[in-house]
Design a protein around this ligand. Structure first.
Ligand code: SF4
Ligand code: SF4
Length: 90
């Protein structure tokens, strides 16, 4: 499947622990990446500065669903399910 225009859910919902240009500590879950442009596309696409994590997320129907709200929910649930045990206490 193709990445949906004007979505950006997978650049908002997940946490990214590696540095991103403009976000040296990485990105907290639920915070839009600073590299998203006004069309919710990645400014770093195809560049070596793009975190490896991002290239590992490929569009697929289970994650992306029919609309952004589905993808935000799905990725948010995944984020909670994969948090290290110590972070569940917060
Ligand atoms: S969740 Fe899917 S459709 Fe939305 S930006 Fe990511 S890959 Fe594209
Ligand atoms: S670097 Fe690009 S692909 Fe990765 S989260 Fe940011 S906008 Fe999305």
């Amino acid at each position: 499947m193709e990445c949906r225009p004007q979505c950006g859910a997978c650049c908002i919902a997940p946490s990214i622990t590696s540095p991103i240009p403009g976000m040296p500590e990485g990105k907290p879950a639920g915070v839009p990446c600073v590299q998203l442009d006004e069309d919710l596309r990645c400014r770093l696409f195809g560049k070596p500065e793009r975190p490896a994590f991002c290239g590992g997320l490929q569009p697929n129907l289970e994650m992306c669903g029919e609309r952004q709200a589905h993808a935000l929910q799905w990725l948010g649930d995944l984020e909670k399910a994969t948090l290290p045990a110590t972070q569940h206490i917060r």
